[in-house]
Write a protein that binds this ligand. Structure first.
Ligand code: ATP
Length: 359
């Protein structure tokens, strides 16, 4: 049995359905991200797990106990909010000790636990400071120490890194994951940042308009997005429209832009003539000499991203985005003709018009 289970959980605000039939089983020690665009129901879901929002339907179980209607303080969960919500009139130590005092932990044990929690987040020397004397990243770590000190069965994080600048945010992503691995606390994090979700989670739950549309390991979400929205929300994707010429075994020939493209590992039958949408990641496209690829294209734009160059290339398949590693030389020039190539196994079926497809 899973450690935390949400079964058909839903939430209505008046007539608005914020969360619809949410199902998820979380194993002990897992790091799960709820990922999706603004308003898709991530925070509402987290709030229902925390008990700050009532559920309109469904069931939440923690370690075999039905907590669907339990009061927040009886769930004993650790929570870190986007704004950190530290007490400004308390020192760092007092902030971290707060949950232990509420639980009437004796003073000596409290001191030990606070010291351990501050050491975990590398703030052992800052216990006497006030939150206003700390940087954003340090405050975020105080909030994390305060949530972890009570040794909660589940840690809930609501966009915990969104107030940090880009560089600090990246550092904190690794630190957060490192701390979570050390303490082994089952963690659920809300984020709308796909790279954050991909880099630190064991599994990602993608939400759209109140619905869960994919639950998978980060690499699977990236390599096999369940639909058109996910293929562009998680990373960049070139979407190519085509129609099925024929399928033989698990290979299909697709007509796109007057070219015949091969689609591998097709698991369901595609009838000839069915309209399909194909996905090709920008970094999976290779640029070769003109005349040497599957087709030629012309570079229309070039952007320098540091470790990579991003090009827009006009081809018979439409304007493609291409990412090429920056090797310090040999960048393509706008106006230049290039050959375009890719390995067949990198072309993905994103969706098919099933009204004309055999099942
Ligand atoms: P964001 O990333 O912007 O925080 P989110 O994915 O966390 O978005 P929620 O905050 O869960 O989304 O909101 C989901 C839907 O529920 C939205 O349409 C929102 O307007 C609505 N909603 C949230 N809280 C309330 C409330 N207290 N009363 C009415 N509607 C609400």
């Amino acid at each position: 049995m899973s450690f935390l289970t949400l079964t058909n959980v839903s939430k209505f605000y008046g007539d608005t359905q914020a969360v619809s039939s949410f199902n998820l089983s979380v194993e002990k020690g897992e790091f799960i991200s709820l990922l999706g665009p603004s308003g898709c129901g991530k925070t509402t879901t987290l709030q229902m797990i925390a008990g700050f929002e009532s559920v309109s339907g469904g069931r939440i179980e923690l370690d075999g106990r039905d907590i669907t209607h339990a009061k927040p303080n009886t769930r004993g969960l650790g929570i870190v909010f986007q704004t950190y919500a530290l007490f400004p009139h308390m020192t760092v130590e007092q902030n971290v000790a707060f949950g232990l005092e509420m639980r009437k932990i004796p003073a000596a044990e409290r001191r030990d636990k606070v010291a351990q929690a501050l050491a975990l987040v590398h703030l052992e020397k800052h216990g006497k400071r006030y939150p206003r004397e700390m940087s954003g990243g340090q405050r975020q770590r105080v909030a994390l120490a305060r949530a972890l000190v009570i040794q909660p069965p589940v840690l809930l994080l609501d966009e915990p890194l969104s107030n940090l600048d880009a560089k600090l945010r990246e550092e904190m992503q690794f630190e957060l994951r490192d701390i979570q691995r050390k303490v082994g606390t089952t963690t659920i994090m809300v984020t709308h940042d796909q790279s954050e979700a991909m880099s630190i989670s064991d599994r990602v739950v993608v939400m759209e308009a109140g619905h869960v549309t994919q639950v998978d390991r980060p690499l699977s979400v990236y390599e096999h997005p369940a639909n058109r929205f996910i293929s562009t929300f998680v990373g960049k994707a070139n979407l190519l429209e085509g129609s099925v010429l024929r399928q033989a075994g698990d290979h299909a020939d697709i007509d796109a832009g007057g070219m015949t493209l091969t689609l591998e590992a097709v698991d369901s039958g595609l009838r000839s003539g069915a309209q399909v949408l194909l996905g090709l990641r920008p970094e999976k496209i290779k640029c070769v000499a003109a005349g040497k690829g599957r087709c030629d294209g012309q570079v229309s734009q070039r952007f320098f991203l540091g470790s990579q160059w991003m090009y827009s290339i006009v081809t018979p398949l439409g304007e493609l985005t291409v990412l090429i590693a920056n090797d310090g030389a040999d960048m393509l020039e706008p106006g230049q003709s290039v050959g375009i190539d890719w390995n067949d196994h990198n072309l993905r079926l994103v969706s098919a018009n099933r009204t004309t497809a055999a099942t």
